[in-house]
Ligand binder design. Structure first.
Ligand code: PA5
Length: 462
């Protein structure tokens, strides 16, 4: 199981002003945490609670359909192209990046065991989109368009461009190059898919985008490139079992949620940095940033009071960002909690040859890159403690599906518990919808005329 070390949050280490008396706080919040965990588990099956993501590890049916479809299309396509944005892209990207060979798309077909290359188009930059068409033969590409609402402007504009090109190239057969993941009943993409006869998968009810990674949203792209999704599911299930424990001393999601909440509300740590020491986990930090920001950044609490709360999440990469951000984290404002992710066993052992005797570099010879990256994680943690900066360290035995299933699920539960501590709705995103609606209005969507008019007026002054 993954581990959480929160020693460096203790006030004994980082001082009264910056840290917590953890034992005391765990005791103070023991009952509250018990209540929150019991309540989340009680509500998770009820419609309208947006907690169905807690059941995704047990959705045998989706798992079966995803694997069945993946094996059916295996060998038929050179590329998978995922269209989606935010919660419809980040989870799949994070897991694919972590679990595939880091240069997967540059490997030969044989080296990929016949599985396709994979591309995520999660932005609408015209230059990069056009450039993608230079390297992809669309007729040999399976396009997985993912949008829960079925109408997000970024995703649907990409889809319209690609559908048009595919149809011109393949005529009626173009439909076999598209698989849509969307709401089971509502939304424009659902209508189009049914009308045009695409294969479809469902974004389950009561699962928000940022909590959808373990539905077909994340699992399908992974299965299409041959990633063992069963091991991810096993990781979720084991973590789910561990996190059902209502004793905060045994529940790492509850511990980290409480630490973040208290440091934010009582010690002025308004920033949460996610810093994996593994390039393969780089996009896990991106995924976390969305999860933490969209879930907890709210202006009203559950009773409707104005609160304007939420920690600002920041992504960082060890050791790279030691040479970019750590100066600020050590000596700048003491307003952060830093989450290190450390990998115990990398897949590869990379020896550093002993070829020069110079004092400045001679010490490196005979060591491994593995030792170096973990020594850097440890020394940065200690340096931060010297500067009285609180940190927690999450340790993964390995970067594999089993441990990533655990890690991402743990962070989801941590977010849900934090939402309850802040007393806000962690599962809505009115701020995102507002910007989406303004975009619809600006682009002339029917039904948004009034909004477009107001927006035109505002744009002259704002
Ligand atoms: O987490 C969320 O709800 C959002 O980030 C959405 O995933 C994102 O806006 C994309 O929405 P949709 O899946 O409806 O296209």
């Amino acid at each position: 199981m993954i581990q959480l070390n929160c020693r460096n949050v203790n006030s004994k280490i980082v001082g009264e002003e910056n840290g917590l008396n953890l034992e005391q706080e765990f005791t103070n919040y023991q009952d509250k945490i018990k209540e929150i965990i019991a309540d989340l588990n009680k509500r998770k099956d009820k419609p309208g609670q947006w907690l169905q993501w807690m059941n995704l590890g047990y959705n045998e049916e989706t798992l079966w359909y995803v694997k069945e479809y993946a094996s059916m299309v295996q060998g038929r396509f050179e590329n998978i192209l995922v269209l989606g944005i935010g919660g419809s892209a980040l989870g799949g990207m994070a897991l694919a990046h972590a679990l595939l060979h880091p240069y997967w798309n540059l490997l030969s077909e044989e080296e990929r065991n016949g599985y396709p290359r994979i591309f995520f188009l999660d932005n609408i930059d015209p230059d990069s989109m056009n450039a993608l068409f230079d390297v992809l033969d669309l007729s040999k590409t399976l396009v997985n368009v993912i949008t829960k609402s079925g109408s997000t402007a970024e995703t649907m504009s990409q889809f319209l461009i690609i559908k048009d090109r595919l149809e011109k190239e393949l005529q009626d057969n173009y439909r076999y190059n598209i698989v849509a993941t969307t709401d089971k009943k509502t939304g424009v993409l659902r209508q189009i898919a049914e009308q045009e006869g695409y294969k479809t998968f469902v974004v389950p009810d009561d699962v928000g985008g940022r909590f959808s990674v373990f539905s077909a949203v994340g699992l399908l792209p992974l299965a299409l490139v041959g990633i063992d999704i069963d091991s991810i599911i096993n990781g979720i299930k084991d973590m789910d079992l561990a996190l059902k424990n209502t004793d905060i001393h045994e529940n790492i999601a509850a511990q980290n949620a409480l630490i973040h909440y208290l440091l934010d509300t009582e010690k002025g740590k308004h920033i949460s940095v996610m810093m994996p020491y593994s390039s393969r986990l780089k996009y896990v930090a991106d995924w976390y940033v969305q999860l933490w920001a969209e879930s907890l950044g709210k202006n009203k609490d559950k009773s409707g009071n104005d609160v304007s709360i939420g920690q600002t999440p920041v992504k960082s990469l060890g050791a790279t960002d030691q040479h970019s951000q750590i100066q600020l984290y050590n000596e700048g404002p003491n307003d952060k909690i830093i989450n290190f992710i450390r990998v115990k066993n990398f897949d590869t052992k990379m020896d550093i040859p002993n070829i020069f005797e110079y004092t400045g570099i001679g010490y490196l010879g005979g060591k491994t890159i593995n030792q170096l990256i973990n020594a850097e994680a440890d020394s940065t943690r200690v340096a931060l403690a010297d500067y009285k900066r609180p940190t927690v360290t999450i340790t993964l035995d390995k970067v594999d599906g089993y441990h990533l299933g655990q890690l991402l699920y743990m962070m989801e539960i941590q977010t849900a518990i934090a939402g309850e501590l802040y007393n806000i709705d962690a599962f809505n995103q009115p701020g995102v919808e507002q910007a989406k609606n303004y975009t619809y209005a600006l682009m002339g969507r029917t039904g948004y005329e009034e909004s477009a008019h107001q927006l035109q007026e505002k744009m002259t002054t704002v």
